[in-house]
Ligand binder design. Structure first.
Ligand code: 13P
Length: 252
């Protein structure tokens, strides 16, 4: 069964609106005519409305980097999943290691966020992945398994099949150290085996599992060619149109 690849940009807290506009124009003008992977851009909240406008009528889909699980209320500074959906956002990242580490988000809180994203009608891009310390102890599989079990595995198969998972080893994020294609494939196959075990072959085969962590123009193709790697979640290299376009080509 062939899964449609996804190449997703995570701009993180980078770019002014002007720079963001320029980057989106660069990406749209260089997009291959025959693009047949899904291309996603997760911009800072401030840029959401403009991003949605720019991407209208193009194959690129707007995403958000975060949301708050409550539907509305006294949560100063936060944005709900419903607000994002109504603004035209299609995907929302949840469980990113930077939010886990910097903002102390737990598996339980990420579970609530994932539920809110689904309830609003968006697709979650659920991030998981271990630190260097955990990998050095060779405990990465049980660590990632716990992240999945505590945030996702209460969903039933019809919901699970449409959730996008991104494996992002923390030691590879923003470091220039990429997981080797073998390391990525090994973890992706492990995640898929967990999904198959819990939900059966059909769901196990359907879920897209992206790799994230120092994906670049020159390593994307070999990573994306691994049998269980269904594209990438790209940070630094997505901030340059030519680099991101080359990664899209690798996913095409
Ligand atoms: P880098 O591509 O900059 O390593 O970031 C990866 C990431 O965290 C994407 O969400």
């Amino acid at each position: 069964m062939s899964r449609k690849k996804i190449v997703a940009a995570n701009w993180k807290m980078n770019l002014t609106q002007e720079e963001g506009n320029h980057l989106v124009q660069g990406i749209l003008s260089g997009l291959p005519a025959d693009v047949n992977c899904e291309v996603v851009i997760a911009a800072p909240f401030l840029f959401t409305a403009e991003l949605v406008q720019h991407l209208k009528g193009t194959p690129v889909m707007p995403a958000a980097q975060n949301c708050y699980p409550a539907p509305s209320g006294a949560y100063t500074g936060e944005i709900s999943a419903d607000m994002l959906k109504k603004a035209g956002v299609k995907f929302c990242i949840t469980g990113h290691s930077e939010r886990r580490m910097v903002f102390h988000e737990s598996n339980g809180f990420i579970k609530e966020k994932t539920e809110a994203i689904l309830k609003a009608g968006m697709t979650p891009i659920f991030c998981c992945g271990e630190s260097l310390e955990i990998r050095e102890k060779n405990e990465q599989n049980s660590f990632v398994q716990k992240q999945l079990e505590e945030s996702l595995f209460h969903f039933d198969g019809t919901v699970m099949r449409d959730i996008v998972i991104a494996y992002e080893p923390i030691w590879a994020i923003g470091t220039g150290v990429t997981a080797s294609p073998e390391q990525a494939q090994e973890m992706h196959a492990f995640i898929r085996a967990l999904l198959t075990d819990k939900y059966g072959q059909e769901v196990g085969n359907a879920v897209r599992i992206l790799y994230g962590g120092s994906v670049k123009a020159d390593n994307a193709e070999v990573l994306f060619n691994q049998p269980d790697v269904d594209g990438g979640l790209v940070g630094g290299a997505s901030l340059d149109a030519d680099n991101f376009l080359a990664i899209i080509t690798a996913g095409n």
